[in-house]
Design a protein around this ligand. Structure first.
Ligand SMILES: [Zn+2]
Ligand SMILES: [Zn+2]
Length: 354
């Protein structure tokens, strides 16, 4: 079968590999759609970052590995002992592979498993014709949910968790920093959670337009205006109840500073973007004197059912967020390179192996 295998920096090759077969408690899935994540892009450009560079303690696997962890498909084979799923089921998959025995697993804090592995990072992923996954990660798709939209379940689950971490309540005002895929999905998640005023801070004009289309109240280019002051004008001087940092990367200190500036006193901040630097500098007084709460989001624990339900109910404008649909053979030029070269044109690109 064909698979997009990561061999090294800027060296992902679509090549023929052996078709996987499911182990005990696992299933084999024929992949229909797999979405390109910022993580995949990061691995393509700078990897191995989260890719297993050494044999993973749970999976035993290391690079070269097939990327892809945001996917949907059909179950085509059941491993020994699998119940509750059958051949032909349309599914999306929580890609976390957990050890099941550590302190965190015993308390169902799956995303903090001490030996956490992820399909597409420490196990062959879904930029391939077939992928295998543990049965506990599989979620059946309602008939109203397309494979395309279902390929956004994984990133959307992250943002559903972000809304929960931010304790969004009906009527809350929200500031979202960054209108990339995660920022825009956060917009949908907080909207579903009842946020009424949603301010988006983003320098790229085309992404601001998309945010407005998805229901943002206003957008601000932080290179031109002071977003804290602007949001203050629209919130009786208070600023946003909750700020979501959805940028990450090497400048997470800067965007954390923005989150501190645009959130109100005694407000909440949720760090959703994946940082690329350990040490960051920010105004500690803004945190301390205004008693703000900062939390972070690392994947998901039990957010897949809610994410699927919202997607199936048409509560997420996936047609606007998916900007391109490509074939697996073209994943490097039309996927990774296109996302790097034209960030203003692309949001989510989904890949089909068919
Ligand atoms: Zn992802
Ligand atoms: Zn564990």
């Amino acid at each position: 079968m064909k698979a997009a295998v990561w061999h090294g920096v800027k060296d992902v090759q679509v090549e023929d590999v052996l078709e996987p077969s499911p182990a005990k408690g696992w299933v084999k899935i024929k992949v229909k759609q797999c979405s390109i994540c910022g993580t995949d892009l990061h691995e393509y450009r700078n990897g191995p970052v989260m890719l297993a560079a050494r044999p993973h303690p749970v999976t035993g696997r290391q690079v070269p590995l097939t990327l892809g962890h945001e996917f949907s498909g059909d179950i085509v084979e059941l491993g020994e002992g699998v119940t509750g799923l059958k051949v032909g089921d349309r599914v999306t998959v929580n890609p976390l592979i957990v050890c099941g025995t550590c302190w965190w697993c015993r308390r169902a804090i799956w995303n903090e498993c001490a030996r956490l592995a992820t399909i597409g990072l420490a196990w062959d992923g879904a930029f391939a014709e077939y992928v295998t996954a543990p049965d506990y990660g599989c979620y059946k798709l309602p008939d109203t949910l397309s494979y395309e939209a279902a390929a956004l379940t994984e990133p959307f689950a992250v943002t559903v968790r972000a809304a929960k971490r931010g304790e969004i309540k009906p009527g809350d005002s929200v500031a979202i920093i960054g209108a990339g895929p995660i920022g825009l999905l956060t917009l949908e998640a907080v909207k579903a959670a009842g946020a009424t005023q949603i301010f988006v801070i983003e320098p790229v004009a085309s992404r601001c337009e998309v945010a407005m289309k998805l229901g943002a109240t206003a957008t601000f280019d932080p290179t031109k205006v002071d977003p804290g002051r602007e949001i203050g004008k629209l919130t009786e001087g208070r600023r946003a109840d909750v700020a979501f940092e959805c940028v990450g990367g090497p400048h997470a200190g800067l965007t954390l500073g923005t989150a501190l500036a645009v959130s109100r006193r005694a407000g909440r901040i949720v760090m959703v973007g994946v940082p690329a630097a350990k040490g960051v500098e920010f105004d500690f007084f803004r945190l301390f004197l205004h008693e703000k709460q900062i939390s972070a989001v690392q994947g998901y624990v039990d957010e897949f059912p809610a994410a699927i339900s919202l997607l199936a109910g048409g509560r997420v404008d996936t047609n606007t967020i998916i900007t391109s649909k490509i074939k697996l053979d073209r994943i490097v030029p039309d996927g990774f390179e296109s996302l790097i070269g034209e960030p203003e044109k692309n949001i989510k690109i989904i890949v089909s192996p068919e």
